[in-house]
Write a protein that binds this ligand. Structure first.
Ligand code: F0G
Length: 416
């Protein structure tokens, strides 16, 4: 039987109980399966005939048989062999798993299709989240699809324009909080606690993590059931690294993969409590009071899923690293120019982390590495434009255009 369980004291809760924190110890929850039952279900299931997507893994999702799935066709994103990137950083085999290819342009859709399906199953009519941008964009879209009300709290002035546009056009009630993400999250936690009719869909919600674990499944399947040596992933609130690890360990336990990759989390230098805890070998994080980075998506000082993330990194013998804003922006531009993959700054932190860790000798040259890029570059056009040369203004005539291109003027012969 599938149930919810506290990650600390292991108290069990019913799968349909609306609960975000353990009533006994206050820690966060995760979904637990009966693996014998799941293995049995998979034996007779046709899951391997379904296209690569979140719902290929329907049997792994804690949703009742009768549920009406709220989907926009999420998952099934490309795993791009990136030879130029490999040459640039000095390793043989590197892939980019580009989550910007999801319906609203980020990995959040994997979690939201399951989270909003669960919300509808539970009879919720109003969903809420705090967000640095992508979660709000995704929740707004899936709530619209489900025909339910959506409220999002975002830090004022610190969210990329594309993401704000998405939340607004999908009809969410957008509250810009004069504060940062961590403060906004505290408010939505209190709101969901106080007003039981509002269903919370931040990554503290374990059903979102279930959807996001499909990212781990897909990477293994795209590599022919062989896990890579290492997965590099940007870390903010720390839900995604926990989710990918959960997926990998489930595939491992079911015997689909033989080994597990080293989970490698990358944080922006100005908001890196998890990387700090890993580097200092600490069992706790010290929250960053005023997180700052150009990668606004991961501008988070008190990640709610830090325990799960630290566990994933330690259990997998991985590591965590920080990258500066300059390294992030350089990596963003490099990836766009040598691989044709345009990602937002937070996503480029995995590429910047790869470069730094190879240079420092942490990543061996013969490792098979997958970098996850979490969101599309068009989410944040302002940051992209700021780093590039301005377009050249020309008059609307051939001469000016040829001159601007440094081409020799040629006589134009008009045939009659
Ligand atoms: N990359 C992008 C593009 C993100 O939007 C986020 C998180 C992350 C990485 C980090 O993932 O939080 O699971 O560790 N964005 C959240 C949001 C916080 O509100 O959109 P994480």
């Amino acid at each position: 039987m599938v149930h919810q369980e506290c990650i600390n004291c292991k108290t069990r809760y019913d799968i349909d109980e609306i609960i975000y924190f353990c009533k006994k110890c206050g820690d966060i929850l995760e979904i637990k399966f009966d693996f014998k039952e799941l293995a049995q279900t998979l034996k007779t299931s046709d899951w391997k005939t379904k296209p690569l997507s979140v719902w290929r893994y329907r049997d792994f999702m804690p949703i009742h048989e009768t549920a009406h799935v709220v989907t926009l066709n999420e998952g099934g994103t490309g795993l791009h062999r990136s030879q130029h990137l490999g040459q640039e950083v000095g390793i043989k085999e590197v892939y980019v798993k580009n989550e910007g290819e999801n319906p609203t342009g980020s990995f959040k859709d994997r979690g939201m299709t399951v989270g909003v399906t669960k919300a509808v199953e539970l009879g919720a009519r109003h969903v809420i989240c705090a967000s640095t941008g992508n979660t709000s964009a995704s929740l707004a879209a899936y709530a619209a699809r489900a025909g339910i009300k959506c409220t999002v709290l975002i830090p004022s002035g610190k969210i990329a324009y594309g993401k704000l546009a998405q939340a607004m056009i999908h009809g969410a009630k957008v509250l810009q909080v004069n504060g940062n993400f961590d403060q906004s999250l505290e408010f939505v936690l209190k709101l969901a606690e106080k007003h039981k009719s509002i269903y919370l869909l931040n990554s503290i919600n374990p059903f979102r993590i279930e959807g996001q674990k499909s990212l781990g499944f897909e990477i293994c399947e795209q590599l022919n059931y062989e896990a890579p040596d290492r997965i590099i992933i940007p870390v903010g609130n720390a839900g995604n690294i926990s989710a990918v690890w959960k997926g990998l360990t489930e595939f491992h336990r079911l015997g689909f993969i033989k080994k597990l990759p080293k989970m490698t989390g990358i944080q922006a230098a100005g908001s890196a409590p998890i990387a700090q805890a890993i580097k200092t070998n600490s069992d706790k994080i010290v929250p960053v009071e005023h997180p700052e980075t150009v990668a606004t998506a991961i501008r988070i000082g008190a990640p709610v899923s830090w325990k799960k993330a630290i566990n994933a990194i330690r259990e997998s013998h991985g590591t965590a690293e920080t990258v500066t804003d300059e390294e992030i922006l350089d990596a963003q531009k490099m990836l766009a120019r040598i691989e044709g993959i345009f990602v937002e700054p937070a996503s480029a932190s995995s590429i910047a982390g790869l470069k730094k860790l190879v240079k420092n000798g942490v990543i061996a040259k013969d490792e098979r590495v997958v970098c996850i890029t979490t969101g599309h570059g068009l989410k944040d056009p302002d940051t992209a434009i700021k780093q590039c040369e301005k377009p050249v203004e020309v008059e609307a005539d051939m001469l000016s255009i040829e001159q601007a291109l440094g081409l020799k003027q040629q006589r134009v012969i008009i045939a009659r």
